[in-house]
Design a protein around this ligand. Structure first.
Ligand code: UDP
Length: 364
């Protein structure tokens, strides 16, 4: 019998890739199709060396409740026909919630990778997903001691929690291209190391409110007058920019299609600073030693805020925060590169594989 890994988006592929490799033939990867766009999922599978997953149909592009319900129904059929020994989910997506509920419904042991993150922002669907998944999980893989403390404070029993680190550390280690390849990539895009900014925008709080979207893009356009701003554009953000009539604000930016993982890491590694609302990027910049301006109301990753990142609202605060970082110059970059990542030492996937195998043996 297998170990099922239920996932549905780009960051889940990134963070579960090494665990899937370590589990080997026991891993059964089920993709809910939450992000069905090939630029976000298909190419990623090949690049991360992942096996072709089993796909659920009728989930992607639907409202949240329908996504969860459709994935739950389809997963229940899969698990009834061929029950796995354990189910693994990562993070806070609708796919992860559906996987957790499906495991619970069939009394299958559940492992939650990246447990104990809290933004305390109840307007974020991800916050509700996290809390629900943590309640249901039998093994809570907390990335940091602070994540563990948050779980304990909510009354979750100590013997369910392990501090494992975050698999993002090994993802960066395994997929950052070598220096020569990075240099060629920068040259192809006409970029100088430490001489450009890298930005990503995709969270609904920034894309679905035209005023916020305009404020983010205006901040980037302002900075682009000083140095190149590279923006790999998420398909949803591209659609929202067009719908809001804001395409003109992209004129001064270097707009790219969503980048492959290695390409994105290479661009991040040599950026003078990053501007992003992504969760994963908050972690990756701590491994790469680059400063990050997080454009969000709140973050569930305060570990990064101490040294690597600053939280700002959409608007003039973006350019101001970036300029403060740029003013620190090469010494600022050297300081960050010398700091350890708060997300661990690159052994999280091995630890999680051991915990999962143990759980599966207990239930076998
Ligand atoms: N990423 C990428 N190409 C891009 C933008 C992001 O490979 O053009 C990676 C990034 O390095 C991170 C992951 O995608 O590992 C984050 O995904 P996303 O921002 O969609 O989700 P979040 O982390 O916010 O849940």
């Amino acid at each position: 019998r297998s170990i099922a890994l239920v996932l549905g988006t780009r960051p889940e592929l990134v963070k579960l890739a090494e665990l899937i490799r370590v589990l080997g033939p026991a891993a059964r990867v089920v993709h809910t199709g939450q992000h069905y766009d090939d630029e976000l999922s298909g190419d990623f599978l090949a690049e991360l060396g992942l096996p072709e997953p089993e796909y659920l149909t009728g989930v992607g592009g639907r409202p949240r409740a329908v996504q969860v319900a459709a994935a739950l129904g389809a997963l229940d059929e899969l698990f009834a026909a061929d029950p796995p020994l354990a189910v693994v989910v990562q993070g806070d997506t609708n796919a992860a919630l559906a996987g957790a509920l499906a495991a619970n419904a069939r009394d299958l042991p559940l492992v939650h990778v990246e447990a104990g993150l809290r933004s305390h922002d109840r307007a974020m669907p991800e916050e509700h997903n996290r809390v629900l998944i943590d309640r249901l999980a039998d093994v809570l893989c907390a990335a940091t001691p602070d994540n563990r403390a948050l779980l304990l404070a909510e009354g979750l029993p100590e013997d369910r929690i392990a501090v494992t680190g975050n698999p993002v550390v090994e993802a960066v280690r395994d997929h950052l291209p070598p220096a020569g390849e990075r240099a060629r990539l920068l040259a192809r895009h006409g970029l100088a190391a430490d001489g450009y900014l890298l930005a990503t925008v995709h969270r609904p709080e920034n894309t679905d409110d035209p005023a916020a979207l305009a404020a983010v893009l205006t901040g980037l356009a302002d900075l682009a007058a000083e140095l190149p701003v590279v923006l790999p554009l998420h398909p949803r953000t591209r659609a929202r920019i067009a719908a809001a009539g804001l395409t003109g604000l992209l004129d001064g930016l270097t707009v790219l299609p969503p980048a492959g993982y290695g390409t994105f890491l290479a661009l991040a590694r040599h950026a003078a600073a990053l501007v992003s609302d992504s969760g994963g990027v908050q972690e990756e910049t701590t491994v790469l030693g680059r400063p990050l301006v997080v454009v969000r109301r709140s973050t569930e990753r305060p570990e990064a805020l101490a040294d690597f990142a600053e939280l700002v609202a959409p608007g003039p605060a973006i350019a101001a925060a970036v300029r403060r970082r740029l003013a620190e110059g090469p010494a600022g970059l050297r300081r960050l590169s010398a700091l350890p990542s708060p997300y661990g030492d690159g052994t999280a996937s091995d630890r999680i594989a051991d915990l999962t195998a143990h759980l599966a043996r207990e239930r076998a």
